[in-house]
Design a binder for this molecule. Structure first.
Ligand code: 6CS
Ligand code: FE
Length: 308
């Protein structure tokens, strides 16, 4: 049998190593006539840093989204798609929210998000994954440093770096309530990690990730180039981050919850294949292998307030 070429090997039993990225970061072009498109300068910033923060973009939808997510976490208790914290039964992450909620499906196609996503990807997008990370006050636990792409490549078979995550802050994200940390520019390197993936690794990794986490020497090297940036902002802030950006977040020991709604968009030209680990693919709620191209809504979602 001819072995498939792996452009980004990781967890193949070798030593950890840093390789250059082989793919573009921004695939599309500015769209000067589209009011929801990113400007040339914003695209350049995303290309350079691997992320982009747009304050106050979704403030109008915050209350309905929060109500929806509270109802969903109650309804989905005990479901496989709801992951709990490493040391307790507190909910940590609810996956595939766009499938469980019509509102959250529509938000995914809002032009304020999907237009920039299509620009970055240079193509139509599919809904590969979505989630709400809950991080309650005092109890919300950390996520170690990782590149999402590393996991998606090894465990889901995403061939190239042509995917982007867009997320909305559902509460204020302050420097103290367990916000996202990123290493700007780290998306231009690929950390090929040590170890090998075990069967159903996701069952434990989504509570506490150990594989696909670069070692201290690698992180020191990355941090010599660029220090950590804390992604803070008010509720309603929208953030885009490249699939290969190194990121993580600390425990929330503050009195303020820190919840975010995340959507993962993959290019239609980057369809997932057999996982590079050669293990069976992860469940549909972590990687939707049948997702169809998304259609941008013709105007931003407007919700009429329910009568009190
Ligand atoms: O498993 C996933 O799809 C994502 N979640 C975590 C916690 N790490 C890898 C990847 O970002
Ligand atoms: Fe991540």
């Amino acid at each position: 049998m001819v072995r498939r070429h792996d452009p980004y090997p990781s967890r193949t039993g070798g030593q950890e190593a840093i390789h250059p990225r082989q793919d573009p970061v921004v695939y599309g072009d500015p769209r000067p006539d589209d009011p929801w498109a990113l400007s040339t300068q914003q695209l350049q910033q995303f290309e350079r840093d691997g992320y982009l923060v747009i304050p106050d973009l979704f403030s109008d939808l915050l209350d309905p989204i929060r109500e929806e997510f509270q109802a969903l976490t109650r309804r989905m208790r005990g479901d496989e798609a709801l992951y709990t914290e490493p040391d307790s039964d507190e909910p940590r992450t609810l996956f595939k929210v766009h499938a469980w909620s019509e509102l959250l499906r529509q938000v995914m196609c809002d032009p304020r998000i999907l237009t920039p996503v299509e620009q970055i990807l240079g193509s139509a997008a599919t809904a590969m994954q979505s989630r709400i990370n809950i991080k309650p006050a005092f109890k919300g636990k950390s996520f170690p440093w990782h590149s999402d792409f590393e996991t998606w490549h090894v465990e889901d078979g995403m061939p190239r770096m042509r995917a982007v995550t867009a997320w909305i802050m559902l509460t204020d994200n302050s420097p103290h309530n367990g916000p996202l940390y990123v290493i700007p520019g780290s998306h231009k390197h690929y950390v090929s990690c040590a170890g090998t993936t075990g069967r159903e690794n996701y069952r434990t990794s989504l509570r506490r990730q150990t594989l696909g986490v670069p070692c201290s020497d690698t992180l020191e090297e990355m941090l010599r180039e660029q220090p950590i940036h804390t992604v803070a902002g008010g509720a309603g802030t929208l953030v885009f981050h490249d699939c290969n950006l190194l990121h993580g977040s600390p425990d929330n020991i503050s009195a303020d919850p820190r919840s975010i709604l995340m959507y993962v968009y993959n290019s239609v030209e980057n369809a997932v294949e057999v996982p590079f680990s050669d293990l069976p693919p992860r469940p549909h709620y972590l990687c939707d292998r049948e997702a169809q191209p998304l259609q941008v809504l013709d105007k931003p979602l407007q919700l009429t307030r329910r009568a009190a």
